[in-house]
Design a protein around this ligand. Structure first.
Ligand code: C5P
Length: 312
């Protein structure tokens, strides 16, 4: 990468174990109540400082923008601005992204990349920022970004920026199935809003999770729900098909992630998850991943050169 110093950091995908969409706010957004969890389907970032000024991003996958449309570039610019460093003077920033998380899929890949960039630059530039400081720098980039600073699991409220620690105890495997078409987030929210006259209050079980700040996987699988399910599953046949096939393959529960279009199933053990991956992977056009739920926060490690992305 031509950098003097480089760190490597993995940026995991997220799933929503619970996603309740509450009232519409005056700013047009909706208040949320969500339990979010990272899983070990990860993009890989190599972030380096360079003697050449500017922010440069390269990505192994064609079609991923590498200019200011990419949240990584905006995150790096936001860090340099807050740190009082000019983009037009060294140190420059060079980032190599190995993309594995499907894009626009309800998995938060771009937001995770942005949070990883902030963590990496905090370390490389020796800024010593607290998590709260990193949240305040990254929140304007997108509603999902602050969550990744609280990974592996957290409770997310309001527009997404009110994040509190939540531990999900125990372990599970997750099979993610992306049907190969995107669902536009704004459209999904509009459908949800238009199709209801009132907002169902939070259940006592969800309030208990909020109060305790901790929940076991056994308990959370019993109360998992996503408000987008009722809107999107009837209008997209593939989503219902995936849910049924995941349940038939032994999932404890199967649900949309975010506003889709990825559907995930939760499995007690690796063997059943791998079996489900093989079964659902037979359908052409579906991208299927079997991964454990993450148990650690995002963190960077020194050095290394980017490894080539695996084929497939
Ligand atoms: O956060 P993002 O830019 O992906 O949101 C896209 C659209 O989804 C917003 O413009 C808004 O219409 C809707 N949205 C919402 N409430 C949220 C998040 C998104 O209504 N909390």
């Amino acid at each position: 990468m031509g950098s003097d110093r480089t760190v490597r950091i993995n940026a995991p995908a997220k799933i929503n174990l619970v996603l309740r969409v509450l009232d519409r706010r005056p700013d047009g957004y909706h208040n949320l109540w969500s339990v979010m969890q990272t899983v070990r389907l990860e993009d890989e970032l190599y972030v380096g400082l360079s003697a050449r000024a500017g922010i440069r991003l390269q990505c192994d996958e064609a079609g991923v923008p590498t200019d200011g449309r990419n949240l990584i570039v905006r995150a790096a610019a936001a860090v340099l601005a807050r740190a009082g460093r000019s983009e037009s003077r060294p140190p420059g920033v060079e980032i190599h992204l190995i993309k594995r998380i499907p894009v626009s899929a309800g998995l938060g890949g771009g937001s995770s990349d942005a949070a990883a960039t902030v963590i990496a630059l905090n370390a490389l530039l020796g800024l010593g920022w607290s998590r709260d400081m990193m949240v305040s720098v990254s929140a304007p980039l997108g509603s999902d970004v602050p969550f990744f600073l609280f990974a592996p699991s957290a409770l997310v409220r309001d527009r997404g920026e009110a994040v509190t620690s939540l531990s999900v105890t125990g372990a599970r495997w997750v099979v993610l199935v992306n049907p190969g078409f995107p669902i536009e987030t704004r459209w999904a929210y509009e459908q949800l809003s238009a199709g209801r006259t009132s907002v169902r209050p939070l259940s006592d079980a969800l309030r208990r999770i909020e109060r305790d700040g901790s929940v076991a996987w056994e308990q959370v699988v019993a109360v998992m729900e996503n408000d987008f399910d009722a809107v999107l599953v009837p209008t997209h046949d593939a989503l219902g098909q995936i849910k049924r096939q995941l349940m038939a393959a032994g999932a404890e529960v199967a649900l949309l992630s975010g506003s889709g279009a990825t559907v995930f199933g939760v499995f007690r053990d690796e063997a059943t998850a791998l079996h489900a991956q093989a079964a659902l992977g037979k359908t052409e056009g579906w991208r299927v991943f079997a991964v454990p739920a993450s148990s650690v926060p995002l963190s960077c490690e020194a050095g290394g050169a980017p490894r080539p992305a695996p084929v497939g």
